[in-house]
Write a protein that binds this ligand. Structure first.
Ligand code: UDX
Length: 464
């Protein structure tokens, strides 16, 4: 029998890297040989993320011309074309070399929105599948947009009071759509990129998309566009928090960007479920006014907090400009980075104020932490809707007419989630339920474990 050898290809974003590394570890535990191919900047971040990987993974890198990393201000079209041109060459060389070395590549899995990978895999007659690191709901929404429901979706954008129901999804309004679908963003790289990815999948005889979710969490959305299409293999979070078999697999790379871990000692000193944790992911920066309001809400809630405020590209610390900085520092701790999974699993944390990036959302579910949702862009509004209406583990904060969530509203939401009222109790009960179900899905014999095993078997059969 040919040994299964899968090449994984990542994009250079922290959220993607975390999922790819975790996916690689899960495959490795099933006895699959893994080679990870990525750009130099992704590789640099991955090397940090994988230093806690005891079983080791093979890394190969190529320069896409953005070796120092991609900024939101960079020309994304140029990045995508260079990534495709140079990445295609590197992947072809890697596949050829693997044959010469006697351990041929038998399948390719790539971060979604790198559709050039599917073309290269086809040239070598290899099965390939994208790894979608957002929800099945978002994939289904995009799919519907390009398959008959585009006009209906555009219609709700014109009338915010109008709701529609799409196959596999509950009722949605424009408020719940990913921002790439809104008229102001319609020509964005995000939507175009998705269309190119769909076209690449349409060229496959037997398309499969691996999704970082689990059957129990998004059962309807997973089935909305065909039985064999979306395969739930998540949640992709360090296994120490799921099956607990590998205690060393307990962090993501993001935390390694910062050496200081004083925050753990600080958390240790706080009562159970008392701390509000605030973070907006790995690359989004808030406006100063938004930060002022968060600061005000935290002061008014009068609860201890741990706030991740990222250092800007020019080295500036935004919190230094906050008018209430001194008062805040008496009540809580502001850090530039932390190990989020470690923080969320700490007994003193009782609430997560989040931008609702999908990794953060999944981590909140896996660790059973109720949330206050402050979505910013892309899939985050949809994730906030899922958290509030479907998973029922949090509340979505309301913006004022200027698009800002005010301090009073933040305080109201924190109190709702952490307070003694019925709503808070229900939310905390649901959070515990999802924590249990996430673990069940990931454990041996659980739904995601079985789905991944079946996928590996199909790779071995060449997707026949
Ligand atoms: C991006 C998009 O913004 C998001 O909407 C999409 O769903 C995924 O890609 P990002 O903004 O980085 O992701 O947010 P998120 O998906 O939540 O990922 C952030 C990751 O970095 C999480 O795994 C989190 O645990 C980790 N992190 C973040 C840390 O470990 N420490 C930190 O201080 C901040």
């Amino acid at each position: 029998m040919v040994h299964t050898h899968i090449v994984l290809i990542s994009a250079p974003f922290q959220g993607v890297i975390n999922s790819v590394i975790q996916f690689a570890k899960n495959l490795k535990r099933m006895g699959v040989k893994i080679t990870i191919l990525s750009s130099v900047s992704a590789q640099n971040r991955m090397a940090k993320a994988s230093s806690s990987t005891p079983d080791g993974l093979t890394f190969v890198s190529f320069s896409d011309g953005y070796d120092d990393g991609l900024e939101l201000s960079d020309n994304l079209e140029h990045f995508r074309s260079e990534n495709k041109r140079r990445g295609s060459k590197a992947l072809s060389e890697l596949i050829k070399a693997s044959c010469e070395e006697g351990c041929p590549v038998t399948g390719v899995v790539y971060a979604m929105l790198l559709p050039w990978v599917a073309e290269v895999a086809r040239e070598f007659n290899l099965p390939s599948a994208p790894l979608w690191i957002q929800t099945a709901t978002i994939f289904t929404l995009y799919f519907h947009y390009f398959n008959g429901y585009g006009d209906l979706i555009k219609k709700i954008c014109d009338d915010p009071s109008c709701a529609i129901e799409l196959p596999g999804l509950g009722k949605i309004t424009s408020h719940d759509l990913p921002t790439f679908m809104l008229p102001s963003n319609i020509s964005s790289v995000g939507l175009q990129g998705f269309k190119e990815q769909l076209d690449a999948l349409n060229a496959e005889v037997n398309p499969k998309i691996l999704v970082n979710t689990f059957d129990e969490l998004e059962s309807k959305a997973l089935r909305a566009i065909g039985k064999q299409y979306l395969i739930a293999i998540g949640p992709l979070v360090p296994s120490a928090f799921l099956d607990g078999k590998d205690p060393s697999d307990n962090a993501f790379g993001g935390d390694l960007l910062q050496k200081s871990r004083d925050y753990v000692e600080w958390l240790d000193s706080k009562p159970q479920s008392s701390v509000v944790y605030i973070s907006f992911g790995s690359f989004f920066n808030l406006q100063l006014q938004e930060m002022e309001e968060i600061g005000r809400g935290l002061l008014e809630s009068n609860r201890p907090f741990l706030w991740v405020s990222r250092v800007l590209a020019d080295g500036e610390k935004q919190e230094d400009k906050l008018s209430c900085k001194e008062k805040l520092e008496k009540q809580g701790l502001i850090v530039s980075c932390c190990s989020q999974v470690e923080v969320l699993s700490h007994p003193s944390v009782g609430c997560f104020v989040t931008h609702c990036g999908w990794n953060s959302t999944l981590e909140s579910l896996v660790l059973g932490i109720p949330v206050v949702c402050l979505p910013q862009f892309t899939d985050q509004p949809t994730n906030a809707k899922l958290l509030e209406d479907e998973f029922k583990t949090g509340v979505r904060a309301t913006k004022n007419d200027e698009g800002i969530v005010e301090g009073d509203e933040i305080k109201r939401c924190i109190e709702l989630v952490m307070g003694d009222g019925e709503i808070g109790e229900e939310i905390r009960k649901n959070a515990k339920k999802w924590k249990y179900l996430a673990k069940e899905a990931a454990k041996e014999g659980g739904s995601s474990h079985k789905n991944l095993r079946a996928f590996v078997d199909e790779i071995e059969d060449g997707f026949q």
